[in-house]
Structure formats: structure tokens, C-alpha cells
Design a binder for this molecule. Structure first.
Ligand code: MRU
Length: 350
């Protein structure tokens, strides 16, 4: 699946498959302005770190179009301000900032009128999108070797085609293992409160006729105790320089259980998810999302009025609990401070 994020040049619009409505409705959300892009990111029309980055890159294209239309004399300052708005839409997934900075670098290296920057901006956004698919396929191939034939892979949240430009990170590993001819089953943790596992992972695997079973988040310990899980593969929103990895809330708990039961626990993510400027997980900002996501389900209140709720969207799994970090540069192993530094040195992540 590669058409869930599609820029329509003629219509000056980014078309997004609205992930809030899956699995029951396939409907497109149309973004024509930076405001639309920021809203789509914040309300999770589109979500997942690499998909957020690709959307942000196309958002920069819309930002430039808007600046050109307004005819601002100080167009560089105006563009920078719009790009900042996009970069700040969500705090945890570093791919968002990474993509915006790539676009900003194109503007910085350009010496001419704003209107002539447009084709360069479009080309860079398209490159970011296409590269992401190639990156997911490369990391999928690298990770497939970690998955034994006949394995049941547990995953948390959705780190699939929907969360990227296509193919997926954690689900890219599953897809690549299947392409190697292995027999693989997936357990998709439902992933309260936004239900990315039950709604999105299950949907896209079913579309591809991949064997998937949904499990309640709180069934994880039992499933592992029963020997029903052979390995865990999840994505990441930001990986610190020492390997501490932020991913969807609940991932840390899955990692603790995997360690208890001696089950390998892998992170699958592109190098663009590594943030060398953040030394450890303690420096990763954790997004807090609206109360209603926890307290209201299908328009029905599920906890009493006036009772507050926690809605931290991510947690950080410490590096020492991670068996390997699967990237397009291969599977990084502990000590991650060294393997991450070497991968970033030897491999371009643009
Ligand atoms: O809040 P979300 O749905 O954007 O969170 C997504 C995740 O936590 C994913 O696991 C992560 O971004 C990796 S996507 C390849």
C-alpha cells in the first residue's frame, strides 16, 4: 500500500487516507494549507513516525505555495515560520523535525525568487517519500533474518505501511520474512487508547492476507507465558544516541514481559528515527494527548464525569532491554552507543 499519502500537483493538495476511520471506512482527507496539515497530524488522520515525516515534507510544499501566493517580501522568514508550525505539530516522533529540516536545507541552499523554489521543494518531498519505501524494504530484509520460520511475532501499535510511505518497519520485517518463504503469524496488541493495533495493523495485514490475531493489551503476559509468542518487533518514534527507544505507550511493558520470558525484543526503525542530539531516553519529550481519547469510546463516556485520566502517548524502552535495532544499515547490536554512532557515520540518512 503506497497511495495512502498522495500529493496532487494539479489540485495543490495532499490526499491522506483518514486513519481515524479505519477499519470500517476508507475515506480521504484533503489538506490544502499548513493549517490542514497541522490538524491532520495532531488529530492523527495520519500517524506513525515515517508517515508523519512524509506528510510534513508535503506540508512544506503547501507552505511555500502559500508564501508565494501572499507575495511576502521577506519570504524566507515567512516560510521559516510556517515550517516551524509544521515541525511543532507533534513532539515525540523525530522524523517530523528531520523531514522539515531537510526541506529547510533545500530553501537555505537556494538563491532565487520563492516561486522558483517550488519544483525543488516538490522534488525533495517526493524523494523523502520514495526513499522511505526503499528504506523500509531494506530494513525489512535485514530484520527478516532475525525471525525464525514458523514464528509468531507480537507487535504493538501500527508500524506498518500505514505508518510509513509503504511496506512498514516492524511489519516490513514481517513482510520480508514472508517473502523469504517463512511461515509467520502476527499478534497485534490492540493498543489502547487509539487502537492502532486492532484497527490499523489488523486491517492492513488482513488486506495483504497475512495471518493476524488481535489481542487485548493486558493479555500480553498470558500469551507469552503460554509460549504463544516467539519474538516481539515494534517500531519507534525516536531513538536516543544510547539506544533508548520511544514508541507507543505500552511498548515498555511489552519489553519488560519479553525479558521476563526470555523472548527477543526488536525495534525496527529507519536511521532517520535516531536522534543523535538526544543522548538518552530521559531527553525524549513524551506527548500527552486529549483526555477524551481515554475517557470516551465510540462517542460513549467510559469513565465517570470529573475523573481525570492519563493519556501519555509514548513510553521509552531502555536500551538494555532491546535485543537488536533493525535499520536499513543492518541490525544494530549492543552497546548501542557504539553501533548507532558507527551506523550514522557510515550510512547516509540525508
Ligand atoms: O501516535 P502514533 O500512532 O503516531 O504512534 C505511532 C507509533 O508509536 C509507531 O510505532 C511508530 O511511530 C513507528 S511507525 C513505523
Amino acid at each position: 500500500m503506497e497511495d495512502h499519502i498522495r500529493f496532487d500537483i494539479a489540485d495543490h493538495a495532499l490526499m491522506l487516507l483518514d486513519q481515524r476511520l479505519l477499519p470500517t471506512r476508507k475515506s480521504l482527507a484533503v489538506c490544502r494549507s499548513v493549517g490542514d496539515i497541522v490538524t491532520a497530524l495532531q488529530t492523527m488522520v495520519v500517524r506513525g513516525a515515517p508517515a508523519i515525516g512524509v506528510t510534513a515534507a508535503w506540508g512544506c510544499v503547501l507552505a511555500l505555495e502559500d508564501v508565494v501566493r501572499r507575495g511576502d517580501k521577506e519570504w524566507r522568514a515567512a516560510l521559516d515560520a510556517e515550517l516551524d508550525r509544521i515541525a511543532e505539530a507533534r513532539p515525540t516522533a523525530v522524523n517530523l523535525r528531520w523531514a522539515v529540516e531537510r526541506m529547510r536545507a533545500i530553501a537555505a541552499g537556494f538563491d532565487g525568487p520563492a516561486s522558483e523554489l517550488a519544483p525543488l521543494f516538490q522534488r525533495e518531498a517526493r524523494t523523502i517519500q520514495q526513499e522511505d519505501i526503499a528504506t523500509c524494504k531494506a530494513l525489512g530484509r535485514a530484520g527478516a533474518d532475525c525471525i525464525p520460520d514458523g514464528a509468531t511475532v507480537m507487535t504493538h501499535c501500527n508500524a506498518g505501511a500505514l505508518a510509513t510511505a509503504g511496506y512498514g518497519t516492524a511489519l516490513g520485517v514481517v513482510r520480508a520474512a514472508l517473502e523469504q518463504g517463512k511461515r509467520i503469524r502476527v499478534i497485534a496488541n490492540e493498543t489502547r487508547p487509539f487502537l492502532q493495533g486492532a484497527r490499523l495493523t489488523a486491517w492492513e495485514l488482513k488486506e495483504d492476507v497475512i495471518d493476524v490475531t488481535v489481542a487485548c493489551d493486558n493479555a500480553c503476559a498470558l500469551l507469552m507465558q503460554k509460549g504463544m509468542v516467539d519474538c516481539v518487533v515494534v517500531g519507534a518514534d525516536r531513538i536516543a544516541a544510547n539506544g533508548d527507544s520511544a514508541n507507543k505507550i505500552g511498548t515498555f511493558g511489552v519489553a519488560i514481559l519479553a525479558r521476563h520470558f526470555g523472548i527477543p525484543f526488536y525495534i525496527a526503525a529507519p536511521l532517520s528515527t535516531i536522534d543523535p542530539a538526544t543522548p538518552t531516553g530521559a531527553g525524549i519529550p513524551i506527548e500527552e494527548r486529549p483526555y477524551e481519547e481515554v475517557a470516551i469510546l465510540n462517542e460513549r463516556r467510559i469513565c465517570p464525569e470529573d475523573v481525570p485520566a492519563y493519556n501519555f502517548a509514548f513510553d521509552v524502552t531502555p536500551a538494555h532491554m532491546i535485543t537488536g535495532i533493525i535499520t536499513e544499515a543492518g541490525v544494530l547490536r549492543p552497546p548501542y552507543k557504539d553501533s548507532i554512532a558507527a551506523a550514522l557515520k557510515n550510512h547516509s540518512r540525508r
